[in-house]
Structure formats: structure tokens, C-alpha cells
Ligand binder design. Structure first.
Ligand code: SF4
Ligand code: SF4
Length: 122
């Protein structure tokens, strides 16, 4: 589940630089969180860093964006490792003679990486 900044925000600026995903930015009136970018810090830290630093405790979970831990981990992986996976896949793709092989290899490698990360995360 992504987090949400409520209108109790006092625009103190301390949460923006601690977000590892660049999900926080200044909105028209107060700071805002871009839900697709917020992984609740899963994959980076044990706790949401913006919540840790906010002096007025105005960053609850956003009920409009419910996600399981595994989904958050998948988002982290997709954002952070997509480039690495694409490099590997492009190498495998050159070996394959047909586009179908390339696509199959892409899915296989991506699944293996996700499984590996999930195992490590416990
Ligand atoms: S919980 Fe983490 S990823 Fe989400 S907005 Fe806060 S600092 Fe960024
Ligand atoms: S830390 Fe809290 S009060 Fe400060 S800008 Fe972020 S959400 Fe607003």
C-alpha cells in the first residue's frame, strides 16, 4: 500500500530527500506522494523513511492503493532492476533465433529474479 500525505503537512521539506524512490514532491499546496513510486520503502529499509522523519505524523497508509508486501517488493524490483534484467535478456535474445524464444527467456529470467528476491526477503 502506498502512503499518503495529509493536509496536516507543514511543508517542512524533510521527507522529500529521504525517499529512496523519489516518490515525494511538492504539490500545489503541500508535499505529495506519487503512489506508483511508493513501495513503503520495501526493498530499501525496514520502515517507511518518510514516516520516520515526519515531525507531525501526517503520513498514513493510503487506502486507495492497497498492496501486499509481495506486490511492493515486485514494484521495488521492477523499478530498480529493470535495466539489469534487460541487459541480460538482450544477450539471451541474441542467442535465440525466434522472437518467441526471446519473449520466453524474458519471462523466465524475470520470474527467476523475482523468486530469488522473494526468497531472500523471507
Ligand atoms: S514510504 Fe518510502 S517509498 Fe514511500 S513515499 Fe515514504 S520514503 Fe518514499
Ligand atoms: S515530513 Fe511531514 S510535514 Fe514535513 S513535508 Fe513531509 S509530510 Fe510534510
Amino acid at each position: 500500500m502506498a502512503l499518503l500525505i495529509t493536509d496536516e503537512c507543514i511543508n517542512c521539506d524533510v521527507c522529500e530527500p529521504v525517499c529512496p524512490n523519489g516518490a515525494i514532491s511538492m504539490g500545489p499546496d503541500i508535499y505529495e506522494i506519487d503512489p506508483p513510486k511508493c513501495t513503503e520503502c520495501v526493498g530499501h529499509f525496514d520502515t517507511p523513511q518518510c514516516v520516520e522523519v515526519c515531525p507531525v505524523a501526517c503520513i498514513p497508509k493510503d487506502p486507495a492503493h492497497p498492496e501486499t508486501h509481495q506486490q511492493l517488493l515486485g514494484s521495488f524490483w521492477f523499478c530498480r532492476k529493470e535495466c539489469d534484467v534487460n541487459v541480460i535478456v538482450s544477450c539471451v535474445g541474441r542467442v535465440g533465433k525466434h522472437q518467441a524464444h526471446y519473449s520466453l527467456a524474458q519471462h523466465l529470467l524475470y520470474s527467476l529474479h523475482l523468486l530469488d528476491l522473494m526468497k531472500k526477503d523471507g
